[in-house]
Design a protein around this ligand. Structure first.
Ligand SMILES: [Zn+2]
Length: 96
């Protein structure tokens, strides 16, 4: 049995979303309101927090991959510098 949401004022069954700026609120919100009489049935955030989190997750994942690549490159360069320093010491030991 499927339930149908009904407006408590007019028994309407269709709803729409309307952007609102409520006094005292620091952020915009959306009213979910009855399409027939405009009675509010709910409020939701203007910004889709779930979508923002997904976008941030993507950015963090990319940053993490870029950072890992940079660390691998730095590690290889340090190994190369270490090897050259060791070669220089070994050459200096052999030369009188
Ligand atoms: Zn209504």
């Amino acid at each position: 049995m499927a339930l149908t949401a009904t407006c408590p004022h007019c028994n309407g069954t269709t709803f729409e979303i309307e952007e609102i700026e409520a006094n005292g609120a620091r952020f915009k919100h959306y009213f979910i309101q009855c399409s027939q009489c405009g009675a509010p049935a709910g409020v939701t955030e203007y910004n889709n927090v779930g979508q923002l989190i997904n976008e941030l997750e993507g950015k963090v994942t990319k940053f993490q991959a870029d950072l890992t690549s940079a660390l691998v490159l730095i590690s290889r360069k340090l190994d190369e510098v270490s090897r050259r320093i060791a070669d220089g010491f070994n050459r200096a030991k052999r030369e009188p």
